[in-house]
Ligand binder design. Structure first.
Ligand SMILES: Cc1ncc(COP(=O)(O)O)c(C=O)c1O
Length: 295
């Protein structure tokens, strides 16, 4: 157990990138700490942008192969992917893992959004022994059960060598002492939370549907692809014909909405902002009304 997915990820960077010149590949747009932790550990971030077609994102494996060097030690996988909402399918994961295996790259698979999925989710390490041997999986009940404040997460690997190296760093960083409430809450959530998760997923799906219909009925120049996972919506403002700065300004001053700035997820986040739909329906409706005022 560890006191957060992000602290565990940062420890992984230290553990598996021991040399100054070591490199970590991240697939942008991506949850910002997955590249910020690399920088704060003084290691090099190598960007493998996701490919986008009509709002649907896939991995660019040709670009990935081209970006690998002798210094590439780790690939950060966000599965399901925050912010684009993809649940990677088996073939995508196998192809990615094959490349990593051939190049001795360890995959850190951040699976924190895996409970809130609207299609079949496949944990990376469950695919095969070969893949589990190069994988460290990070997860937590924090997102699903809204208990992130309890700072409790866990790291799993079927490879004892990887786990040993990780454990040494996590002990050194003191991230492996968990508060008592975190243990109990995580256990209670996993043992008794199935009905809650099922209702939560329905509520989120309705909110996503509400957002889609609202944008359509009101003819707003804002689009998104329905996420396959999570409550996060990656809104595309390209049709507004405004610059990123102008969109942000309008959101803040006219709509009075502080959506997450797409650029913070990587340089391919221009003209995008992330909306969190894990709120009650009335609040979401109010946010959409405010949005329509400015656009
Ligand atoms: C992909 C991803 N990983 C990790 C986290 C945070 O995890 P923790 O609070 O356990 O550090 C988040 C929260 O937004 C997330 O979206």
């Amino acid at each position: 157990m560890v006191n957060g997915v992000v602290p565990a990820y940062s420890a992984c960077i230290e553990a598996f990138c021991p040399n100054d010149e070591d490199e970590v590949i991240v697939q942008t747009p991506i949850y910002p700490p997955l590249f910020k932790c690399v920088q704060s550990n003084n290691r090099k971030v190598v960007v493998n942008e996701l490919k986008e077609e009509n709002g649907y994102y896939t991995m660019d494996l040709e670009d990935l192969k081209a970006k690998i060097t002798k210094n590439t030690k780790v690939l950060a996988l966000c599965s399901p992917h925050n912010p684009v909402g993809r649940v990677w399918n088996k073939e995508e994961l196998e192809d990615l893992a094959q490349i990593c295996k051939e190049n001795n790259i360890i995959i850190i698979s951040d699976e924190i959004h895996s409970d809130i999925t609207f299609k079949k989710f496949i944990p990376l390490a469950s695919i095969s022994k070969e893949i589990s041997d190069i994988t460290i999986t990070l997860n937590s009940a924090g997102k699903t059960f809204n208990i992130a404040g309890l700072n409790t997460a866990y790291a799993i690997s079927h490879n004892p060598k990887l786990l040993e190296i990780f454990k040494k760093v996590s002990q050194k960083r003191q991230i492996n002492s968990i508060n008592f409430f975190g243990y109990i809450a995580t256990q209670a959530a996993y043992e008794n939370g199935a009905e809650f998760v099922s209702q939560l997923k329905k509520y989120i799906q309705n909110n996503i549907e509400l957002t889609k219909n609202y944008l359509k009925i009101n003819n707003l120049p804002i689009e998104f692809n329905e996420p396959e996972a999570t409550y996060l919506i990656w809104l595309c403002f390209k049709n507004t014909q405004l610059s990123h700065k102008e969109i942000k300004e309008k959101l803040l001053t006219e709509s009075k909405l502080a959506l997450n700035d797409g650029v913070s997820f990587g340089s391919n986040g221009y003209s995008y902002f992330r909306l969190n739909t894990a709120v009650n329906k009335e609040r979401l409706h109010e946010a959409l009304r405010k949005l329509s005022k400015a656009f």
